[in-house]
Ligand binder design. Structure first.
Ligand SMILES: NC(=O)c1ccc[n+]([C@@H]2O[C@H](COP(=O)([O-])OP(=O)(O)OC[C@H]3O[C@@H](n4cnc5c(N)ncnc54)[C@H](O)[C@@H]3O)[C@@H](O)[C@H]2O)c1
Length: 439
């Protein structure tokens, strides 16, 4: 198949690399010239495990090419995936579809044969109808089918998720389009990944419902964590105790500083807006969204608690800046409102992240970035674990003891056993687990 992917970000690049690895001929298009130039040099602009290898192999085999030229690429494509960003629109929280429609305008002009136009970007219900209307308006003779094929990959495990999806959702009533999508995903289908064919609007809403449900699970366990802390119970054991029930499931039940990232915050906000416009407000999702927003900044109070709420002049070492491990993505990372709040309270911030510091610098230029966890902890009054990178799971607490100004550890990801760290002489606080008495 000759496939064009418009937008070469986390989703577009991973999709392009994996589809070319299946044997398809893929052209990845992006309007960002620097990004395309670095991809042509074999440099991957994002951090994603296994992606570099996949891109290099398939580019070398001539199955994966990168360009800024959308129109020439589209002319002989059988399928065009739209994978551009759909961020929150400034001011109102609706999905900003300007990148999608800008891409569609260029695609519409170039189409010359039967082409399946597939939205992989997360777009509100009804967007497929508008994409179809726009293409027909700009190019009345275009022979097209517009399909919704939402993406469910997770950053940090994106290649594996793309190649081993729980399901593939294809939203279209067009038989020809179903055949094309069936052919594109045939290697996955042979691996027994279920393909679910559905209506286009239903497919669009499946994506938002999935993300809102997962966000709800996280917000729910975070509230239970707050209660557990107050009543001397342990949220990790509660999560285990409920997660073993198959009806509930054990995933997305890790208490922490609130969810961030490029999807859950913006997608819950967009779904709330869609529902309000439809006259069916989603009260549960509205609450999830607002409690999560408040939670990220509120974590600063937890950090300040061992100092009786006063951290003016204190040095706080922050380990982990990205919104989760194994990615360099800083979008809506909990570290940002947390660090802002700590600075508002008068603290000085030192930080370390294994791969996210370059991205973090543009968001937070005024904090001190360090080369490793121990340099970060040097002279610190408290060490705060914000992202659970693997290398933070076995810190050398004896070495930390020698460099820290006071022995306070705030573990917002519950990666350590409270007794173990307390027995080493630290004051240790975590989330939703009975915290030892403070100074
Ligand atoms: N990141 C994820 O984990 C994830 C998972 C599932 C779904 N999604 C959805 O996929 C979509 C893309 O997300 P992302 O994280 O890959 O975004 P991204 O910001 O990483 O990448 C988007 C890319 O599109 C390019 N672009 C924008 N307009 C363009 C145009 N007209 N022509 C060519 N290129 C253009 C940008 O330059 C950028 O490189 C979003 O709708 C997102 O919600 C993301």
């Amino acid at each position: 198949m000759r496939i064009v992917i418009v937008g070469t970000g986390y989703v577009g690049l991973v999709s392009g690399a994996c589809l070319s690895d299946f044997g398809h001929h893929v052209t990845c298009v992006d309007k960002d010239e620097q990004k395309i130039a670095s991809l042509r040099r074999g440099e991957i602009p994002i951090f994603e495990p296994d992606l570099q290898r996949l891109v290099q192999i398939n580019a070398a085999a001539g199955r994966l090419v990168f360009t800024t030229e959308l129109i020439t690429s589209v002319v002989d494509a059988e399928a065009i995936f739209i994978a551009v960003g759909t961020p929150s629109r400034r001011g109102d929280g609706h999905a900003d579809l300007s990148y999608v429609y800008a891409a569609v305008q260029d695609i519409a002009k170039a189409i010359q044969r039967f082409t399946v136009v597939i939205t992989k970007s997360t777009v509100p219900v009804g967007t497929g109808d508008e994409v179809e209307r726009l293409i027909k308006q700009l190019n009345p003779s275009a022979d097209i089918a517009v399909v919704s094929n939402p993406e469910f990959l997770r950053e940090g495990a994106a290649v594996r998720d793309f190649k081993h999806p729980d399901r593939i959702v294809v939203g279209t009533d067009d038989e020809r389009a179903r055949k094309v999508l069936g052919e594109i995903y045939r290697p996955l289908y042979l691996n027994r990944a279920p393909i679910m064919y559905t209506g286009r609007r239903t497919a669009e809403l499946i994506k938002y419902a999935a993300n809102a449900f997962l966000a709800t699970k996280i917000a729910f366990i975070n509230e239970i964590a707050d209660l557990a802390e107050k009543v001397d119970a342990n949220v990790q054991e509660i999560a285990r105790g409920i997660g073993m029930d198959n009806r509930i499931g054990s995933k997305f039940l890790h208490a922490g500083p609130g969810y961030g990232g490029s999807c859950f915050p913006k997608d819950t906000r967009a779904l709330i807006k869609t529902a309000q416009d439809a006259g069916v407000p989603l009260r549960i999702v509205e609450t999830v969204n607002s409690t999560n927003d408040i939670r990220k900044r509120a974590m600063a109070r937890k950090v300040a608690a061992p100092f009786h709420g006063n951290i003016r002049g204190k040095v706080i070492a922050v380990l982990g800046l990205t919104f989760k491990p194994n990615t360099d993505d800083m979008r809506e990372a909990p570290s940002i409102p947390l660090i802002t709040a700590l600075r508002d309270m008068g603290a000085t911030i030192k930080a370390f992240d294994p791969v996210g510091m370059e991205q973090a610098r543009s968001e937070m230029p005024d904090i001190t970035y360090c080369d490793d966890p121990y340099a970060c902890a040097d002279g610190a009054d408290a060490l705060v674990i914000v992202t659970e990178w693997e290398q933070f799971r076995a810190l050398d607490f004896d070495r930390l003891k020698r460099v820290m100004a006071s022995l306070v550890v705030i573990d917002l990801r519950n990666i350590y056993d409270p007794d173990e760290i307390t027995n080493r002489g630290y004051l240790y606080q975590s989330v939703g687990r009975a915290n030892k008495p403070m100074y």
